[in-house]
Design a protein around this ligand. Sequence first.
Ligand SMILES: [Zn+2]
Length: 272
Amino acid sequence: MAPSGITFTLDLEHHWYAEDRNRFVAPAIALLAMADRAGARGTVFVLGEVADSHPDLVRKFADAGHEIALHGYHHTPLPKLDVQQMRDDIVRGKAVLESLTGQACVGYRAPYFSLTPASRAVVPVLADLGFSYSSSVLPAASPQFGWPGAPTTPFRWAEGLVELPVPVALFFGRGLPYLGGTYLRVLPTWFTSLGLRRGADQLHWTYTHPYDLDDDEPFTVIPQLGRAQSRLLWIRRRSMMARTERLLGAAPGRPLAERVADELTDVAVVAL
Ligand SMILES: [Zn+2]
């Protein structure tokens, strides 16, 4: 498979650590404007709660030609849910998005990339509900959720849908994401360039949370994280927009659903 460009993806969710439930709106709008400047159409993984509380914001992304996909109704890690709870969450979120946009919602990203061996049971649920792809596996060891040993290139689950794993490349023997979140924001640009070379056979997409772009937010220590990790969540936010814009400016990709339909028709089934 020859990768064609870099797709931007946004996880449209509240700042999970902040009491202000509107704080995420301004950075999301700034990303929308940047995508317009870059001439890029991408995929927005929307939290069902956000679609209910901020329908006009979701419509703005849809009207600009971006794909509206699902990030779950609530932002609950999958391993904390049983199969029925997973299904209820996904059914509810999908219905909210489809009634808002009038379009089929065919993409799903688990909160925290939490599709792991412990939550593998979500895959038949996604297939049954008509999703054509998932973007939920981090194929490396991770402080939160990861699936070391899972393929690092797109693959097909036995149930039929395609998985788009987080692009990771080996650095000092460890698989690290090089196109998103804190990694893209904090690590030097050569790291991203090297990742793109080492992961040349992967499907390339960036991922961003609104807080990654919220460069006006004053620094506070988030009790759950402590000072050092809170700092990591806060620093270099201004650089995130510029970095994403540069990556898209060089090679803007298309929404993930379109790429799955056009570029990934022959990906092989992997038994996991
Ligand atoms: Zn999220």
